[in-house]
Design a binder for this molecule. Sequence first.
Ligand code: ATP
Ligand code: MG
Length: 424
Amino acid sequence: MKYKFKAPRGTQDILPNKSEVLQKIERKIFEVAKCFGFLELRVPTFEHTELFMRSVGDSTDIVQKEMFTFEDRGGRSLSLRPEGTAGAVRAVVESGLINEALPLKVCYLLSCFRNERPQAGRLKEFHQFGFELFGASSPVADAEIISLINHLFEELGVLNLKLELNSIGCSNCRGEYINALVDYYSKYKNDLCETCLERLEKNPMRIIDCKNTNCKEISKNAPKILDYLCDECLDHFEAVKGFLTEQGVKFEINPYIVRGLDYYTRTVFEFTSTDLGAQSTVCGGGRYDGLTQIIGGKAVPALGCGIGIERLVLIMEAQKNSMMNFEKQCDIYIGNIGNSSVGLCNLLALKLRKAGLCVYTDLIGRSVKAQMKYADKIGAKYACIIGDLEIEQGKVLVKNMKDGDNFEVLIENFVDKVTLQLEV
Ligand code: ATP
Ligand code: MG
């Protein structure tokens, strides 16, 4: 039979074995986040389109080409979130959290939606783990976020990542830089792609981020923002580098990182991996000092970053990371013979489950042989079968499914003995 429905292109089902592995990874990330003082924030899946236009920027690819936008019944335009920062900033401004104890640190794990052409490492629905830190303008904060990510990747056992660092200055230094960009790119008007010609008018820095081969080639010799930084931005950048060096975080300067979103100021960074192919960025972030104000709150300096979970998993798979190993979880299979022992099986199973063990019982009245076959299939560590004889004698034979060894347990000691056995 042909299946009638398939998941839409660019989306993924996470099947049970894989989700177990993902949960492990996500738990680890939340743990590390907590050590650095980041607590979870949950925000809606969609927001007013205007929020993304204002924050991400209405001349960015994300807003212009990639958003899933729809109208509600009142004719208001809503969009599925293409990233996490805009909603997070909106939430801390709207709730007033941003007026309380600063610095404020939040993190989140959420799905993002971008109508991009699906390819390896590029999905229409993907997941981001994000960190946002509000109320710190000092370069110490930039270094803390970056070293947090660095530490996190170490904890996850992810190898061979490259940290690329840049500063894209502030509105003071950017004016002159943008003039220089316009002068430079104007010479190549015949070779730039159509979008970049538009960008030249509206948002010249976006050209540097263009994925078109011609534009990329032209950008190789474009003016570098680092040559245009004002004294304050330069000091800030030097201090970030200093703190990172002190903490033993290795980085490379890449003067052409501008990031695909408009809200960034000063520090921007990306962690890239050669295990990813063309979509090499697994984590991107930076400072966004003007964003809370753009969204209608008071001016609070802020910064953050997002890790692409699917790309992280691709790297970990490629590197055969031990966290990717799925361990079957059934601790013990308690089978029955005939109806008379079902009640006892259920009772023993419940007691073991209350002690935290994973227990399977027979739910469909299978034969003993079929039950043992099933126990084997689900990878049960131990198995036993309880029937009238066992009840009469008050004892059960428990089988170690790995080595085939059996041991006898009194039913009255069953829970204690099995729990003990599984602890070793
Ligand atoms: P890209 O280099 O892929 O264009 P971006 O600059 O658009 O990335 P950000 O908006 O900074 O990406 O998103 C943060 C992270 O989310 C990226 O570094 C990446 O790991 C992940 N990501 C972004 N877009 C996608 C996508 N379409 N599919 C899967 N992961 C993605
Ligand atoms: Mg992109």
